[in-house]
Design a protein around this ligand. Structure first.
Ligand code: MV4
Length: 450
């Protein structure tokens, strides 16, 4: 087992990893930017190394500084958390070359899944259901027209280097194809330096349902059921839950088996997520594979009583998994609390937290790095806490979430707490009747000043 793990991240996920390391008797090294000198991850780790100024590209993304910090402190592994370098093939490779275990995917795996057209052809080979469309990359506009005709409108053009909806276009009729092709390619080129495109049939009003998987170094994989992440705004998830209100035992078994098949086909090692689009008839299609621990992992941990960070560390150390699949025993919901103003187009609201009262009690988990007097720097992601409630049923998890949100007091900055509180009373949400289009029609009710 590892003796010392360096956590190449900040905020709640750095704390989350440190906690499991402590429980496993593994020493920890925090790295931090000058903006994070007063952060809890710095205080809770056994050692801490400053790796640069506030700007991410000079600190949390600066590979040489992070490797130097690992060498100075004699860390034998690096946990990258999510975001930053967690899906960076070059960093995974550099760790390998320095004899430091990267607790994440191999460089080859990251490259393969990072290229979406390549990931899709791999999944077709593996026998995982994919959306009908082009066979790989579309070379010319003439081919684009042809594929659109054979696939049948509406279609979707997607950037192979894409993610987060960049370089993606829905096209409903032939007249709009040319413009979409040109603008999607331009957008992709500007964002990723690559304009490879592929095409799919448009799935209308889909749900985003993902399957958590874990693979070990012996080629064995298992799944830990689903998370429904359909409530998103501009490709940012706001809340997630498991089980999905749309799930059936039959669909879970089929999606779970497909995800395990995907992971075993590529000999996936570590924790990963296979994302699917699910249409109204409960057909499901592979969308992307994430080769990292995800923000929303705690809801899975809550409903199956399992520590996913511990599992990541175990498989990275070469310990085999049990091989069985896991099914939800409870219902869990996560609300992402962001330093944003939901009454003002979710505009970022960094600054000092003057008052903080955190919710607690049975079935309430709060993963956060903030404290009273903490200043949220403007340089990073706006997520400041994950509020997770778990209960026997969805109804009880929602009641508990309302109660916990009502207890939660954060003063000095604006947060998304009022948004989540309204969502928990929204009839379509309460009925479990939502798709990825849900937030397009959601409007905040007027603020009641008190
Ligand atoms: C789609 C789709 C409909 N049909 N593909 C969005 C992000 C990207 N990685 C894939 N995405 C989508 N792909 C087909 N063939 C709709 C989306 C989509 C979406 C997917 C999941 C969660 C939120 C979304 C919001 C808008 C569009």
């Amino acid at each position: 087992m590892f003796k010392k793990i360096l956590i190449a991240n900040r905020g709640e996920i750095a704390l989350r990893v440190i906690r499991t390391c402590k429980e496993m008797g593994i020493k920890t090294v925090a790295v931090y930017s000058t903006a994070d000198a007063e952060s809890l991850h710095v205080r809770f780790a056994d050692e801490a190394v400053c790796i640069g100024p506030a700007a991410s590209n000079l600190s949390y993304l600066k590979m040489s500084n992070i490797i130097a910090a690992a060498e100075i402190t004699n860390a034998d592994a690096i946990h990258p958390g999510y975001g930053f370098l967690s899906e960076n093939a070059k960093f995974s490779k550099i760790c390998q070359e320095h004899g430091i275990k990267f607790i994440g995917a191999s460089p080859e795996m990251i490259d393969r899944m990072g290229d979406k057209a390549n990931a899709k052809s791999t999944m077709i080979e593996a026998g995982v259901p994919c959306v009908p469309g082009s066979e790989g990359i579309i070379a010319t506009y003439e081919e684009c027209e042809k594929v659109a005709e054979t696939t049948g409108y509406p279609v979707m053009l997607k950037a192979s280097a894409g993610g987060g909806g960049k370089g993606m276009r829905a096209i409903w009729k032939k007249e709009d194809l040319k413009n979409a092709w040109e603008s999607a390619r331009q957008e992709s080129k500007a964002a990723f330096g690559n304009d490879d495109m592929y095409m799919e049939k448009l799935i209308e009003e889909p749900r985003h349902i993902e399957i958590q998987v874990v693979g070990d170094s012996f080629g064995k994989a298992c799944h830990l059921s689903e998370r429904d992440c359909s409530v998103q705004r501009r490709h940012q998830k706001l809340t997630e839950e498991t089980p999905s209100p749309f799930m059936t035992d039959e669909l879970r078994n089929a999606m779970g088996a497909a995800a395990v098949k995907a992971a075993e086909y590529i000999k996936y090692e570590g924790a990963g997520t296979v994302e699917f689009l699910v249409d109204k008839h409960r057909n499901f299609y592979f969308m992307e594979m994430n080769t990292r621990i995800q923000v929303e992992h705690p809801i899975t941990e809550q409903v199956i009583d399992f520590d996913l960070i511990r599992e990541q560390i175990m498989v990275a150390a070469g310990i085999p998994i049990s091989g069985k699949n896991y099914f939800p025993l409870l219902h869990s919901i996560e609300c992402r609390i962001n330093a944003e103003d939901p009454y003002n187009d979710f505009r970022p609201s960094p600054g000092k937290i003057t008052t903080l009262h955190t919710p607690g009690g049975h079935g309430v988990r709060l993963d956060t790095h903030v404290y009273s007097g903490y200043t949220i720097p403007p340089n990073y992601d706006s997520m400041i806490a994950k509020l997770i409630t778990t209960a026997q049923s969805r109804e009880e998890a929602i009641s508990k979430m309302k109660r916990a949100l009502d207890e939660f007091v954060i003063e000095g900055i604006k947060t998304t707490i009022p948004f989540h509180r309204q969502l928990m009373d929204e009839p379509d949400y309460v009925a479990g009747n939502y798709t990825t289009k849900f937030m397009e029609s959601f409007v905040m009710k007027d603020k009641i000043e008190d």
